[in-house]
Design a protein around this ligand. Sequence first.
Ligand code: THU
Length: 137
Amino acid sequence: MTENRLPLDALFDAAKKVRDHAHAPYSKFRVGAALHTNTGRLFTGCNVENAAAGSGLCAEASAVAAMVAAGERQIRDILICADCIHPVLPCGNCLQIIREFTHGPVQVYGADLVSIKVHHTLDSLLPHSFGAHHLAD
Ligand code: THU
């Protein structure tokens, strides 16, 4: 039953499921991402590639866009799921996109199709990051 599942299990299941919708005809590398907001809502995204290579969207960016479009602004944790022996963590650009919507520590999980393999904090992956506070200085 959904309400009895651990939040992390829900995150893993959602990221794995949305990965099936990835549009990755060029790299063939499907990625799914799922995040929880601080309010407990769950949002998902997949990578969306484009024939014009630079116009593609990562799964994490797509999940963050879905969150923002729903009126949410604070990420609690995010899980990335890919079929890879090296657990996938957000690229540099996506770390900065996630960082924009942090309010306290953010947990970042990397999973393959079976289970979660790695766990980091956003701060450990993107220390000393640029943020809105710099603009206010
Ligand atoms: N990709 C993601 O969606 N997230 C990541 O964290 C790493 C890479 C996508 C981008 C591209 O569509 C494909 O994976 C291969 O780089």
